[in-house]
Structure formats: structure tokens, C-alpha cells
Design a protein around this ligand. Structure first.
Ligand SMILES: [Zn+2]
Ligand SMILES: [Zn+2]
Length: 754
């Protein structure tokens, strides 16, 4: 009997150990990582059905053994790359997503952006899919009459840093998509004085120039008989970019609206990426030095962020409060955000290879009543790192700049980079029971905006008019409905990736693009599910609740697969406390003449399940928070950090100074442990008394001593950088640290790794 009891408690012990590790936190692959991964073999793509505006194509030679590609490593070269066909399936280059994506081009009629006043011309500008703000141009001086090679040139950011007036070639396609000759009809220079389409035809360019591709590259030849006969193959056969008729993302087959494109916002003028206020001293001067160690994405910043969370945990625990999730959930999400780099130029002023999220740091400030509100602060450019095909959205939002309804408005097919400071609450504020328990009256809501009576407030409308959370790529998430309370995918308002741009050209998600293309270039993809026990962590909502990818039927062994989601789209299971999932929902849309059944792909529904009533600054996202007296402490503004003791106490507190005093002298576990190169040792004194922290090696020799004559009662932290009394580094191994006071000695062990 006794033995049985013992063994069952041993089992319980093992179970509790294993449950410590049973939460599977991992972020989705970033776009750069997707580019490096293998592209699944597909059937060779067919020629497009007709050569027309907006098509995404791959230019092959007749044997499909070569295709036109932009250069690797962000180069602006145009090359010929090798394709291989075996057993009917095709492999481009060495077979990565990068090889495929670099071979995709979109052809745009040269009047595409001004169709409110102009007609289609049948003459096309060719844009690389990975650099949609660039276009193919001659590799020649302004005013040249001919060129031998072509390259890719920035067509859109001319009025930022580059005053280069060279711009792009305009092509004509003769023949069919199965056998076409491509003629460089004309060349345009940038000219800011030309209205609407600020480009001017270069009079000396000779139109008798044709593309020729061979294994050596792509050149211009003057004789049409030497020109290559290309196949313009449909890129959608390899990776879905365009809308198919009656797809879930455009169930009414809304046609592509021909309104002219919205102007770049005049105020604030679009800025060059490198001038972003998140990168400049404006940001770094605004943040208190206390948080500096967490900035950036170096290994030491990860350690500092980890240590900051540890301090938050102990702050909260003194008030019997806690984080909503384990430390690892937040650290995993932080790394996801920081690992995003631009792998495409698909947002105005984006720069290949640069960070889309600058900083993620954990603040720990108290309100004026002494209640702590720790946040994960995310300094993000709100920019997607991959192509979004915004130009293909059938019916994007209007710019709201002219009266007379949508028909008279310009529409948003371009996105600009922004600078946002998103705050995710870390403290567990609990969950609500019914949707209206969350008071949105200080903020307004979709329901109030649409004059929905209070009795009809529900999980679809009792929510923000704008953003609700942030995805793992640093892009904000909006409700699944638009402001007329219709699912935005119903009205053909978003891309196949679930996103679009609103007024002011701010980019955001409305829907879950994962479901459309499965394994593709979305926020998260099927590939992310391999080797996991739960879908990837893809976002955090402003109520502090985590958002995971949808449960995939191919992964029915995943934890939580059979735990139904509630009306908010959330559930809890095993060791995962309450969290949201993306999900799908069969629905019917009643259009003007017909009703359509389709599946809504929901990234995040709308209403919060987490209690938001106590969260300060819930919907404030901009950098003016640094100047707002009530909010600046929560974004870690300079001067808002106050230590709780005269020395280096463990807390950062805004507002008032607290006397947190332990009942007896205490020595906490050092952090991190094991460590390299340094660790923090926190100890608490119950009274004002002389004290020492002394470090010994394994054989009892004193290595270092921190002596304090006059520390106040309360908590204090010392940092040991693994050096001895003379300042020389000590060797790796086990060390003991001791708190010595007149009345007590307390000892703990730590491990230095090298
Ligand atoms: Zn929107
Ligand atoms: Zn789950």
C-alpha cells in the first residue's frame, strides 16, 4: 500500500515535470525563411489564357528550360535561370521558394493606376513579384536610344532619397501567351511635373528592341527574328496569387475596380525607411536607459528581456498576481517579431533585408494606485516582409478624400510603412463572462459606429473600429468584419493573404490567408506544423490573449484539436490557459441577386474574451504615447522608471515609490542560471542592516564580494559578470553565492557556462 502510494506520487511528480514542457511555443517561419525552404514539385504551369492586365507570369523559353529571374541576394540584375522538367513536374533553379518567387513578374498596363481618366493601352510595365515597386528598365543612361541589357529599377520612391530620373521600359507583347515576342517599345523617365502618372516618354529610344534569353542571360536585340519566343506561364499554377472565381476570398466574384490609385498621403509625407522614427534617436532618446539592455535583437537583449520578465513575475507575485502565460510564450513571440526582415519590396519605402520590427521590450510600471501593468511593447513598422499583391484586391477601401461615394474616390492599392508602438498586456486580468462585460464606451466600437442597438451587441460588433492585436510578423490585426459589419473577404476587400490597406495606406490583416494557399507565403503555412504538438503562435490580441494558427485536419493529433472553440474563437486545454485560434466558419452571403455559400477564414473574430477594463491605453498605438503623462510609463519613456530603493532595486515603478520589504532576509535564485557572461542576484532585507553578497568557488575560496554598509530594507539586485576581485574572468563551473548579514547566512548555487 505504502509502495503503491509512493509510486503513484512519483508518477505525479513525473507528470508535473513533463507538463512543464508540454506547451509547444514556436513562431511561424518568416518570409525570408520561407524563401530558403524547398518548394514542393508542381505540374509545369500552363500559358495564361490571354495576355491581359494584372497577370502574374513566368517567362519561359519554348523548351521551358530557362526562365527570366531577378538576381539572388537582392541584386537588381535580370538573369536567365535554369528550369528542369521531369515526369511532368517542374523545378525552378535549385528548387527553393526563392527560385520560384524571383521568376514571377506581374504585367501592368502603363495606365493601371489612372484608369478613372485613362484607358488601357495594351502596353505593359513589367514588375518583379518580389520588388513590386520596381520595374524592368534598360541598363543605359537617360536619353539613350538603345541598350544591350536590362535590369530592375526603382520606379516609385523617386522623391525620397534617389533623384535618379531613369525609370522603366514599356513593352508590347506580340503573339499568343504560348509563343510571344516581347518588344521594348518605349522608355520613360520620371518627371514630377507631369500630373497623375509622373513619367515622360524618352523621345530618342528606338522601338526596335526585343528581349532575347539564352543560357548567358537576357539581352535586347534589334532584329525581331533573333528575339526569343517566350511562354508566358501562369504563376498561379505554382503559387496562388490571384483570385479565382467565387473563391472564399471573393465569393461574389467582385470585379477588379478601375478607380485610380490613391495618392501618397501628403501628411505625414512618406519617409525613407532609414529615417524611420523607430530607428532614429527620436526613439532611443524617448526610451528610458533602464530598458536599453532589452533593445535590439542580440543574444544579450534576449537575456535582458528574459530577466525583465523574471522581475515582472516577482513583482506581480508579491501582489498575488501573475503573467497570463509562461515566460516562454512571450519570449518566443518576441523572437518571432524580431526575426522578420524584408524579403520583398512590396511596401512603399521598404528596404530589402532590413528589420520590419525594431524593438520588443517588457515594461513594468505601476499606475497611481500602485497596481502594476506590465506590457510587451512592440516598436513595429507595421510592414509585411513578403509580397502581398495589394494591387490585385478586387475592391480595396476608398481613400475617403472625395464626396459622392466609392465611385468618385481613389482607392488604396499601395501600402506605406508606419511607426507604431503596440502594447500587449502581460498581466492576467482574467476573462469576461459575457461580451458586454468589457466596457468599450471610452473607445467607441463597430456596433456604436454602425448604430447597432445595445441589445444586439455581440462577438462580431462589440469591438474596435481599428486594430485589435498584432501578428507574429509585426502587422496589426483588425476585426474580420469591415465597418459595415460584413466579412471583408465577402466583399472582395482583401488579398489572398487576408490583408489590405485602409485610408492613410496603413497595412493590416482582416482574414486568415493560410487557408487559401495552405503551403504558401502567408503569415503561417502548413510547413510550420511539422514536428509540433499545437499550431504556431501567430499573434497577440490587445486583451493579452495569445492567438494561434488554425487547427489543421491533417494534424488531428495536436493538443486541443477536439476541444471546441467558443464564440470568441478561443479555448483552453491541457496546460494552455485560455487562447484564441484562427478558424473557419461556413457562411452564406446574400448578395444583390443571389446568395453565396462560402467559408469565412477568420484570423481573429472581433470581441475580446480577456478582461480589458483595467488595461491602460488599450488602443493607443502611436509614438505620442511617449509624451502622454498617463501612458508614457507603460511604453518605458525616459524618466518614468523609479527604483523602489535608494540602490539598485529590482523594480521599476512609475508614480509613487513603494516600500516592498520582505518579512525576513531572503536570497532569491540568481537569474539567468546557468549563465554567461553575467547573472543577477536579488536579495531582500527585512531591515536596514550591513550586508554582503559573497561568491565562492567549488573549493570554498572567496572569488568576489559585494559589501553594503547602508542598504535600506527592501529588495536589491547585484549583477556579477563572472570576474574575480582583481577583475579577471573566472573559469566555468559551479559557484556558491551567499547573503551574509549579522543575523543570518543564506547560500545558493549557480553555474557559469563558457
Ligand atoms: Zn481594413
Ligand atoms: Zn489550442
Amino acid at each position: 500500500m505504502f509502495l503503491r502510494k509512493l509510486s503513484s506520487s512519483l508518477v505525479a511528480l513525473f507528470l508535473s515535470f513533463s507538463s512543464l514542457f508540454s506547451q509547444d511555443f514556436y513562431g511561424p517561419k518568416t518570409f525570408i525563411d520561407i524563401l530558403k525552404s524547398n518548394f514542393p514539385l508542381k505540374n509545369k504551369p500552363e500559358p495564361i489564357s490571354s495576355i491581359q492586365n494584372l497577370e502574374h507570369v513566368i517567362f519561359f523559353d519554348q523548351s521551358m528550360s530557362n526562365y527570366i529571374s531577378i538576381g539572388d541576394n537582392n541584386s537588381l540584375k535580370i538573369e536567365s535561370a535554369q528550369a528542369t522538367i521531369a515526369n511532368g513536374s517542374i523545378k525552378l533553379g535549385s528548387g527553393t521558394y526563392s527560385d520560384v518567387m524571383r521568376g514571377i513578374f506581374q504585367i501592368l498596363d502603363r495606365n493601371t493606376s489612372v484608369l478613372s481618366t485613362e484607358q488601357l493601352t495594351g502596353e505593359y510595365v513589367i514588375h518583379p513579384e518580389l520588388m513590386s515597386y520596381y520595374a524592368i528598365d534598360a541598363d543605359a543612361a537617360t536619353g539613350a536610344s538603345s541598350a544591350s541589357t536590362i535590369l530592375v529599377r526603382d520606379k516609385s520612391s523617386y522623391y525620397l532619397s534617389s533623384k535618379n530620373t531613369k525609370s522603366h521600359l514599356v513593352f508590347k507583347f506580340s503573339g499568343t501567351s504560348a509563343a510571344v515576342k516581347i518588344q521594348a517599345m518605349s522608355r520613360y523617365d520620371y518627371n514630377s511635373t507631369v500630373e497623375n502618372y509622373p513619367y515622360e516618354k524618352n523621345a530618342s529610344w528606338s522601338s526596335s528592341q526585343y528581349l532575347k534569353m539564352d543560357t548567358n542571360g537576357v539581352t535586347l536585340v534589334s532584329n525581331s527574328s533573333e528575339a526569343t519566343s517566350f511562354i508566358m506561364a501562369d504563376a498561379n499554377d505554382l503559387i496562388q496569387i490571384s483570385f479565382t472565381d467565387k473563391s472564399d476570398f471573393n465569393p461574389h466574384s467582385t470585379s477588379w475596380q478601375t478607380n485610380s490609385f490613391a495618392d501618397w498621403p501628403a501628411k505625414p509625407a512618406p519617409w525613407a525607411y532609414l529615417d524611420s522614427q523607430l530607428k532614429s534617436s527620436t526613439f532611443y532618446d524617448a526610451v528610458d536607459e533602464y530598458y536599453d539592455a532589452q533593445l535590439g535583437d542580440s543574444e544579450s537583449s534576449h537575456i535582458a528581456a528574459d530577466s525583465a520578465l523574471q522581475k515582472i513575475i516577482s513583482t506581480l507575485s508579491r501582489k498575488n498576481e501573475s503573467l497570463r502565460y509562461s515566460k516562454n510564450a512571450y519570449l518566443t513571440f518576441r523572437k518571432s517579431l524580431l526575426s522578420n526582415r524584408f524579403g520583398a519590396v512590396d511596401m512603399y519605402n521598404s528596404v530589402m533585408g532590413e528589420k520590419t520590427v525594431e524593438n520588443v521590450y517588457f515594461t513594468n510600471a505601476a499606475d497611481d494606485n500602485g497596481s502594476f501593468h506590465p506590457f510587451m511593447v512592440i516598436a513595429t513598422h507595421n510592414a509585411h516582409s513578403g509580397p502581398q499583391h495589394l494591387i490585385n484586391v478586387p475592391r480595396p477601401p476608398g481613400d475617403g478624400q472625395s464626396a459622392g461615394g466609392y465611385e468618385n474616390q481613389k482607392i488604396t492599392r499601395n501600402a506605406v510603412i508606419e511607426a507604431k508602438l503596440v502594447k500587449i498586456p502581460l498581466k492576467d486580468y482574467g476573462l469576461i463572462n459575457k461580451v458586454t462585460d468589457n466596457d468599450l464606451s471610452p473607445y467607441g466600437s463597430l456596433a456604436i459606429d454602425a448604430n447597432v442597438p445595445e441589445a444586439e451587441w455581440n462577438v462580431d460588433n462589440h469591438t474596435s473600429l481599428a486594430s485589435l492585436g498584432i501578428a507574429a510578423d509585426g502587422v496589426v490585426i483588425y476585426p474580420v468584419t469591415n465597418n459595415t459589419l460584413v466579412y471583408s473577404i465577402t466583399a472582395g476587400e482583401v488579398t489572398t493573404t487576408g490583408s489590405h490597406v485602409g485610408r492613410g495606406m496603413g497595412f493590416h490583416y482582416h482574414a486568415d490567408g493560410h487557408s487559401l494557399t495552405g503551403n504558401g507565403i502567408n503569415l503561417y503555412n502548413l510547413d510550420d506544423y511539422n514536428g509540433s504538438s499545437h499550431p504556431p503562435l501567430i499573434g497577440f490580441i490587445f486583451d493579452g490573449v495569445a492567438l494561434y494558427g488554425k487547427h489543421e485536419s491533417g494534424y488531428s493529433n495536436h493538443e486541443g484539436y477536439s476541444n471546441n472553440l467558443d464564440e470568441y474563437g478561443g479555448h483552453s486545454h491541457g496546460d494552455y490557459s485560455y487562447h484564441y485560434h484562427a478558424f473557419q466558419k461556413d457562411t452564406t452571403s446574400k448578395g444583390k441577386n443571389s446568395s453565396v455559400d462560402y467559408t469565412a477564414h477568420i484570423l481573429f473574430r472581433a470581441a475580446f474574451k480577456g478582461d480589458i477594463n483595467q488595461v491602460p491605453g488599450l488602443f493607443d498605438l502611436n509614438s505620442s504615447q511617449f509624451k502622454n503623462n498617463d501612458l508614457k510609463r507603460y511604453v518605458g519613456a525616459k524618466g518614468t522608471v523609479v527604483e523602489d530603493t535608494s540602490s539598485s532595486g529590482p523594480l521599476s515603478i512609475a508614480g509613487q515609490i513603494f516600500n516592498l520589504v520582505p518579512h525576513e532576509h531572503t536570497l532569491q535564485d540568481n537569474y539567468p542560471n546557468p549563465f554567461n557572461p553575467s547573472t543577477s542576484i536579488t536579495f531582500g532585507l527585512s531591515e536596514n542592516t550591513p550586508s554582503k553578497i559573497v561568491i565562492y568557488n567549488l573549493i570554498g575560496q572567496k572569488v568576489k564580494s559585494f559589501n553594503f554598509q547602508n542598504l535600506n530594507a527592501g529588495y536589491h539586485t547585484v549583477s556579477w559578470n563572472a570576474t574575480n576581485i582583481t577583475g579577471d574572468p573566472v573559469s566555468a563551473g559551479v559557484y556558491f553565492y551567499q547573503l551574509q548579514t549579522k543575523s543570518q547566512i543564506k547560500t545558493k548555487k549557480m553555474i557559469l557556462l563558457k
